[in-house]
Design a protein. Structure first.
Length: 557
């Protein structure tokens, strides 16, 4: 059966009864000819808060040109973005994960309210990327996600910088290892222009994962923000969404369980952010595909870590693009038998076809050969134990230590933990616990880069561990465990930990435990009195009432 490219907009605009709607469109310059074509939304997250989304209006213009050239009528609209790098370490960071839901909700409402036939979602800062894909899955309209692109690396005294280096420089400054002048130099040079954070942090992790999932064209997201080719791929994205519309290709035909497994394998092979667990679970839920947290661990165990990327490795996202990008990673996974190669992508090619078309730069050092992986397992692990009965996420990339036992240093908010690091009260062998920072307890599940960066900068990265029911930035590295579930605010065992308790991680056994008898743990939990909710009204309070466990993606739907 032929798919009607105006499957929704006919109801909005055709016939005498819809004259008022057409009149509104004509007031801002649309013609009868425009309104007789499919209406295609172009959603983006431009704001003056962040370099991550600074190029979105420019990218949107090129997407719109592509839509017009292919016979559609583009309509541009925007949504919000909360910038993690700015909000990090403050109360404002609690808004970040919540913003993912608002991005998805707002795009959904505009598309439903105006009966769009298709849309392109342009994303940048961390939560806008999954937010756009959640909207795609929820609406199930012909659509494409295009990432605005990575920032280029900065340079300082011959060293290539990302925002990670600024956070670690703060720790080095507070530890007396560098002076104020050097801190200022690093601060000024780390972020040279438009684009999202340049390592395999959350933004680039999700941009690459969604190329592997098939909802973004292979290679398009990898083009850096300031590369002239970004305008070319934006134009082609506009043409592509019209092709999807005419063929009636819908996101839920692409977002399958096997395709999600490909995305997870891509995260594991590149040492990607722990946040990928939350976001891919959320996308799976929107697409009504069954996916559990334990599947991440099963895939990680059999996926080699191949890309030598910051925060724990040597290279940045633009350098990975120059090396050949995710197509080369997909090719390696295909060769290893770790790719579901028949899964369809928005280009009309299968992911296997895209892998076979990979163009690898001669002599590139970013993506290892299959025979020489960095390690033979992926970059993340899912742990359970008496502290995390529903699971938690550990980042394996960047350290080889399989076991850590330490004395608990317990903090009920991130600021207190940072103050302790800054005051040099954290010592080798400590196991920092930051709780009441989960989806409900925060609310909003703050990232802890301010703390983890300070630990690295102070030289404690290899001798201290940290666990939290909050999250980590993709720029975090070291012995860090996040997303501990159930969270403290709902009576999770993390709420029972006291200063001086011994906590043990065993990566091989996939365990996170406090060394206490079960009866003592139960007794302590009965006596726990959680703090009063920090917010009792507004978006924060609404989110806290609705949000699910981190083990389910911390979603509100």
């Amino acid at each position: 059966m032929t798919f009607d490219p105006r499957h929704q907009s006919r109801v909005l605009l055709d016939g005498a009864d819809r004259a008022a709607a057409r009149s509104f469109f004509k007031a801002i310059g649309f013609t009868d000819e425009d309104l007789a074509k499919p209406l295609v939304g172009v959603a983006h997250c431009w704001s003056e808060f962040t370099p991550c989304n600074w190029n979105h209006r420019k990218v949107a213009e090129k997407v719109k040109e592509g839509i017009r050239a292919a016979g559609g009528t583009p309509i541009e609209f925007n949504t919000i973005s909360v910038t993690d790098g700015i909000a990090m370490g403050t109360e404002g960071m609690k808004a970040s994960l919540i913003s993912r839901e608002v991005v998805a909700d707002s795009v959904e409402l505009v598309a439903r309210g105006h009966l769009l036939d298709a849309f392109v979602g342009i994303s940048g800062c961390d939560k806008t990327i999954p937010g756009m894909v959640m909207a795609m899955a929820r609406l199930n309209l012909p659509s494409v996600m295009l990432y605005g692109g990575s920032i280029l690396y900065g340079e300082h005294r011959g060293r290539r910088l990302t925002i990670q280096d600024v956070f670690e420089a703060i720790g080095a400054f507070n530890a007396g290892k560098i002076g104020e002048r050097e801190l200022k130099e690093i601060e000024t040079r780390a972020c040279p222009g438009a684009g999202a954070c340049g390592g395999q942090f959350t933004a680039n992790t999700m941009a690459t994962a969604f190329e592997m999932l098939g909802v973004s064209p292979m290679g398009f997201n990898g083009v850096p923000a300031v590369d002239p080719r970004k305008e070319e791929v934006a134009f082609e994205t506009g043409r592509l969404v019209m092709d999807l519309l005419r063929r009636g290709v819908l996101p839920r035909q692409i977002i399958t369980r096997k395709a999600l497994h490909n995305a997870i394998a891509g995260v594991m092979a590149t040492g990607g952010s722990t946040n990928a667990v939350l976001h891919l679970l959320a996308v799976a839920g929107e697409a009504e595909v069954g996916l559990t947290i334990d599947e991440f661990d099963r895939i990680s165990r059999k996926t080699p870590l191949l890309a030598d990327m910051k925060p724990w490795g040597h290279y940045t996202a633009p350098e990975m693009h120059e090396a050949g990008g995710m197509a080369v990673v997909a090719k390696r996974l295909l060769e290893a038998g770790r790719l579901n190669d028949k899964e369809m992508t928005v280009t009309g090619l299968t992911i296997g076809d895209e892998a076979r078309r990979a163009q690898e730069a001669p002599g590139q050092k970013v993506i290892r050969q299959l025979a020489n992986p960095i390690v033979r397992h992926g970059g993340l692990a899912i742990l359970r134990g008496n502290l995390a009965p529903e699971g938690c996420v550990a980042k394996l990339a960047g350290h080889e230590q399989p076991v850590f036992r330490g004395r608990a240093r317990v903090f009920d908010r991130e600021e207190d933990a940072f103050a302790a690091v800054k005051a040099k009260k954290i010592k080798a062998g400590d196991f920092i616990v930051i709780r009441y920072e989960g989806p409900k307890g925060g609310p909003g599940m703050r990232e802890m880069l301010q703390v983890t960066g300070a630990l690295q900068g102070a030289g404690l990265g290899a001798s201290v561990a940290l666990m939290t029911d909050g999250r980590f930035s993709g720029a975090t590295h070291g012995f860090m465990v996040g997303h501990v579930a159930p969270e403290a605010a709902v009576g999770g065992p993390i709420a029972a930990v006291k200063d001086g308790d011994t906590i043990a991680i065993d990566i091989k056994k996939r365990r996170l435990d406090v060394e206490l008898p079960a009866a003592e743990l139960r007794k302590r939990l009965k006596a726990v009195k959680p703090p009063k909710p920090r917010y009792t009204s507004g978006a924060m309070a609404k989110y806290a009432r609705l949000v699910s466990s981190a083990s389910e993606g911390a979603v509100t739907g």
